[in-house]
Design a protein around this ligand. Structure first.
Ligand code: NAI
Length: 257
């Protein structure tokens, strides 16, 4: 089958930011593939289907080469096209720890999930997107990486996470350069402090930070804030841009005197 409908793959779509990205793309008529380490994504699936979208869940541990291969194969067999890849799956450090005490296992776990897995998934999909663009020049496949304000803000108690996200930002630039001649754009979204399960353990810390004026837009970000940026990108309104970074952070990145 080769569907006429635009198709998107969202990794880490079982909950949080990925769930909201899936939901917004569903509302825009995308055929959705939801990939997650979690064994089910019923909440996301139902939300997408309620919006009239076709959506399928594929269990995939982004760290695992065979599972990444299966994921791409399955989408190829099911619909034969992919217009949007959203590299959203990610984890933080299990335990915040001074970088002088970080263990190799904790380092590898974060790097494998946040950087190595997405790098090789994107590599695989990029090759396929190039072939699709050659066969269907009217299509404009894009890649969106979900990085973080820790791509540039050093947090010494989350060293592996910071390293992985700064790596994702370089990954955006690398793929943007490499894929531009093929008509494939690569964008990056840098969320700030977003209310999800990932930040639930540090809610009080960030409540204080925000309460004390840490953010120009003085509130927590929501998954919908991030999903709306994805929506803006997939609509194709940045046709002469690639490697572009969109900060969805309440203005955290602004410097002031
Ligand atoms: P979350 O923890 O609520 O959801 C992450 C999802 O990724 C979960 O469904 C989880 O099962 C999935 N996942 C984890 N490891 C996986 C693996 N190996 N393979 C496939 N799926 C896997 O996190 P949240 O907050 O929704 O984060 C989404 C993305 O946004 C992550 O990349 C995160 O680093 C990034 N981000 C989040 C921020 C926040 O404040 N919540 C801020 C900046 C970036």
């Amino acid at each position: 089958m080769n569907t006429d409908r635009k198709t998107a793959l969202v990794t880490g779509a079982a909950r949080g930011i990925g769930q909201e990205i899936a939901r917004i793309l569903a509302g825009e008529g995308f055929y959705l593939f939801l990939a997650d380490l979690s064994t089910e994504a019923n909440e996301t699936l139902q939300a997408c289907k309620a919006l009239g979208a076709e959506a399928e869940f594929i269990r995939c541990d982004i760290r695992d080469a065979a599972q990444r291969e299966d994921l791409v194969q399955t989408i190829g067999t099911r619909v034969g096209r992919l217009d949007v890849l959203v590299n959203n799956a990610g984890i933080n450090v299990q335990e915040r720890k001074d970088l002088l005490e970080v263990e190799a296992e904790a380092y590898d776990r974060v790097m494998d999930t946040n950087l190595r897995g997405p790098f090789f998934l994107t590599q695989k999909i990029a090759g396929w997107m190039i072939r699709q663009k050659e066969a269907f020049p009217d299509r404009n496949p894009i890649v969106i990486n979900i990085a973080s304000l820790t791509s540039y803000a050093a947090s010494v108690h989350m060293a592996p996470y910071c390293l992985s996200k700064s790596g994702v930002s370089m990954m955006t630039q690398l793929f943007a350069h490499r894929l531009a001649p093929h008509g494939i754009a690569v964008y990056e979204i840098r969320p700030g402090i977003i209310q999800t399960d990932m930040t639930s353990a540090v809610r009080e810390k960030y409540n204080r930070f925000i309460g004390e004026g840490g953010l120009p837009i003085s509130r927590w970000g929501t998954p919908a804030d991030v999903a709306k940026a994805v929506s803006a990108l997939v609509q194709g309104f940045l046709p002469y841009s690639t490697g572009e970074v969109i900060n969805v952070d309440g203005g955290f990145h602004l410097r002031k005197l």
